[in-house]
Design a protein around this ligand. Sequence first.
Ligand code: HAM
Length: 421
Amino acid sequence: MNIKAPRGTQDIVPGQVEKWQFIEEKIRDLCRMYQYKEIRTPIFEQTELFLRSVGDTTDIVQKEMYTFADRGGRSITLRPEGTAPTVRSFIENKMYANINQPVKLYYLEPMFRYERPQAGRYRQFVQFGVEALGSADPAIDAEVISLAMSLYKDLGLKKLKVVINSLGDKESRQAYRNALIDHFKPQIHEFCSDCQNRLEKNPLRILDCKKDRDHQLMKSAPAIIDYLNEESRKYFEKVQQHLQALNIPIEVDPNLVRGLDYYTHTAFEIMSDAEGFGANSTLCGGGRYNGLVEEIGGPEIPGIGFALSIERLLAALEAEMIELPLNEGIDCFFVSLGDEAKDYTVRLVHTLRQAGYSAERDYLDRKVKAQFKAADRLQAKYVAILGEDELKRNIINVKNMATGDQKELALDSFVEQFKRL
Ligand code: HAM
């Protein structure tokens, strides 16, 4: 039997995992600077949570969820995204009563969607997402977008585009909804069955349909921007002003609707412009969701956030041919010759590790030359050489691999002297 990782999943093995760790560390540093605190929620939730938040007419809910009945007969879903679980937890843990407001949270966790796997699209992928709950200040919309951009820029990405739109408040959306129904209704029989079902339930979703995207009614569809009421329009302007102040160039795209139902006001995506970057050029997506907390059973509290996957971030780095400055080398490798010296290095490698250094020795009884090669492969900064002669003299030879300098250190106070190197 030849068992492989399930379709659309991948192993992240040594050689790759260092990049992940580097990015994860950047993310945690950045969240500290922006004052977002980490939240960890279960990998699975009650299915109902996603029906109510992401929306039962969306592709995610209709086609992509890993849903199953557990042994107790409950409908369980592997989370396809992080916003709904975060909001659920925010309500359940009464974070709206925290002294510090708004509540700013982030997560860095795997999500699951049963999508057709292709470059940049997996069935298990890791999202870094932030959610700021409790403020309806347009400044926080700008903060959230700038946080995502900071991550990309810090990592060296240059070919980025921020696309932004407003979906307005409840009133604006209602007016827009009616306009969409009027627009599509006369020819809805020419659309796919999904769209026909969506017409009355959620006409906005028609705009997101992959099958009918070339229908001429799609191109002539009304744009939400023309249906924004005064308040929504002002809000959108303010967000744009703040982004300008932060030197983040944006492109307004009146057709950007996003694939999830909970958005109000600001919706945005960050795309890669890099040549050779595949069809899945959206690196990051997010927006405001002022009705969601209530929808899930909490008080009326506004929120905004984004999510981006590490997989697409890595693909973008590759497309721009950016090498991460990974520091993979170890501090010291012990090369030994003779049984007594070999035994001695068991202790040496241990004491050096206890002092906080990364250290390694030979475990394959290799010849000296092969041990040096092993040290090379591990990019050892120092190689410590111990043979019978050194043991007799109670010293160890330490070679700086960058400069070639070699020094004799006393065995009794090896760690102390190594520190001084
Ligand atoms: P989303 O647009 O569905 O939004 O996903 C956000 C990001 O997750 C995408 O831009 C992409 O980078 C990544 N992504 C999505 N699906 C896949 C996949 N199959 N493989 C690899 N990467 C993928 C959300 O999930 C919202 N919860 C974002 C949000 C947070 N809105 C407000 N707060």
